[in-house]
Every structure is written in C-alpha cells, then in structure tokens.
Design a protein around this ligand. Structure first.
Ligand code: ADP
Length: 256
C-alpha cells in the first residue's frame, strides 16, 4: 500500500529467534490520521512486529521510519518522546491508586504528588493543571469510567483495566497509538465505547492508530486499512472489504 508522507514505514524487517524467522522481510505503511489493523493467526508475527516497531526488540535487518526519521532499534523512551505509544496485552496499572489518580499521574510533566493534591485542594491549581483534570474527566466519560473514578485500579475488571491503560496513554495524545488486542476482555458495551473512542481520536484529535485485533467485528468498526500476516510475512493489505475477500486470506486465515 502506498500513501503520501506516511507516519510509519516498515521496510524489509527481519527478526529471528534461533532458527525461527518470526519476521521474514515485512513491509508495512501506516497512513497518517487512519486506523490500520493488523490481523493474522497466532504465531504469525504480529506481536514481534509491534515489538520491533516500538523499540522492545531490535530488528536483525530492515528499517523502521517514524515521522520521517529512521528509528530502527531506537529505545522505547525515545520513541515515546516522539509520540509513539503502545499498549500491552497484559499490564497492571498502579493498582493502589484510584482510576482518576492513575490518569493524573501518567502525565510526565507534572510530579505525581503535586497532582494528587488536586483532589485535596482543588482551588489551588493552575490553569494547566486544570486542563489536565478536565482531560482526565473527558476520557473517563468517553470510556464509560466516570462512575469508577474513585475506585482502586486493582479492583477493576480486566476489561475496565484495559480501558484505563488506554486512557492513561491518551492523557497526552500520541501521534501513533499502537493497541495490542484492545477489545479482549471487554464486554460488548465497552467494545462499543472503545471503538467510538478510537474513531473520535482519529477524527477529532488526528491520532494515527495501529491495532492488533482478533475480533473482526471490532476491527471492521474501526479500521481504514488492514494488513494480514502469516508465517512472518504480510500476505495481503489494503481496504478491509477487499482484504477479507482476498482468496489467500480466506484460505490461510479465515479458514473458510
Ligand atoms: P502473534 O503475535 O502473531 O501471535 P508472535 O509475534 O508472538 O505472533 O510470534 C511469532 C513467532 O515467534 C511464534 O512462532 C513465536 O513462538 C515466536 N516468538 C515470539 N517471541 C519469541 C521469543 N521471545 N523467543 C522465541 N520465540 C519467539
């Protein structure tokens, strides 16, 4: 797939684990302001590709270009500063803090302790702190977490915890948000809230999203383009409606 001035370009990326070529020359282009989905059977290389793009694994060969800069093998903190953020399938937030405290302390520019005082002496806060608090409540509202704002993060369900993890990343909107199976563990209402949030991020805030997802109805609700992986290769890419009809995809992935 070609796109003018893409936000992310992966070119010929190879990653082996011993004899296994988990990524065998992967090319991928993620267009700005779009939601790009990544699907494929278990073991096809999706997570390895996410790790290679987000700095958790160094590719053996190939190039990753983010926002016009070669970032192959760059560390995660550098990529995060450039605006690339990702979720993981399993991560615990700060379980002893409340949901809203988790959001406020996720902002790098403000010391957590100072933010925590926002709850005890809200009149003393500055305009920039006020805007962070407002942002937190907007995100809680969008993701259906308002009623849980003061609940300990450790007491959330798996699905609610996943929404909180995403909300934390959105306090300072990234330019590229990478979501690893975001709908897993979510009930249908939470899936709908999350897909609406992703569309809103794209349409209102201009965030580009790259998402791994097994749930095809969720994927259909959000994605503008799809890549299909199999055995470390991209076997199809393009508009979702075309890709899911591609005979190779039907045969190797959808299995019908
Ligand atoms: P997917 O996310 O599509 O399920 P993965 O990227 O997790 O696939 O895995 C691709 C292949 O690489 C699998 O065969 C997996 O067992 C292997 N693999 C992934 N990570 C490692 C690792 N750290 N060490 C050895 N093999 C790995």
């Amino acid at each position: 797939m070609t796109a003018p001035n893409p936000l992310l370009e992966v070119k010929g990326v190879v990653k082996s684990f011993g004899q296994l070529r988990a990524l065998d020359g992967v090319d991928m282009t993620v267009s700005r302001g779009k939601v790009t989905g990544l699907i494929g059977p278990n073991g096809s290389g999706k997570t390895t590709l996410f790790n290679a793009v987000s700095g958790f694994l160094k590719p053996d060969a190939g190039t990753v270009v983010f926002d016009g800069r070669v970032v192959t093998g760059a560390p995660t903190h550098q990529l995060a500063r450039m605006g690339l953020k990702r979720t993981f399938q399993n991560t615990a937030d700060f379980t002893d803090m409340s949901v809203v405290q988790n959001l406020l302390t996720s902002v790098r520019t403000v010391p957590g302790e100072r933010l925590s005082r926002l709850f005890t002496s809200p009149r003393a806060i500055s305009a920039s702190e006020r805007s962070l608090v407002d942002r937190a409540w907007i995100l809680l509202d969008r993701l259906g977490l308002v009623e849980l704002a003061n609940v300990r993060a450790g007491d959330l369900s798996i699905g609610q915890g996943r929404l909180l993890q995403i909300a934390r990343l959105l306090m300072e909107p990234p330019s590229l948000l990478m979501l690893d199976e975001p709908s897993s563990g979510l009930n249908p209402d939470d899936q709908d809230r999350l897909s609406a949030t992703v569309r809103q991020l794209r349409d209102v805030e201009g965030v580009t999203v790259l998402v791994i997802e097994h749930n095809m109805s969720f994927m259909n609700a959000i994605s503008d383009a799809l890549y299909v992986m199999h055995d470390g290769h991209v076997i199809a890419s393009g508009p979702p409606a075309d890709v899911i009809r591609d005979p190779l995809v039907v045969e190797t992935y959808l299995g019908v």
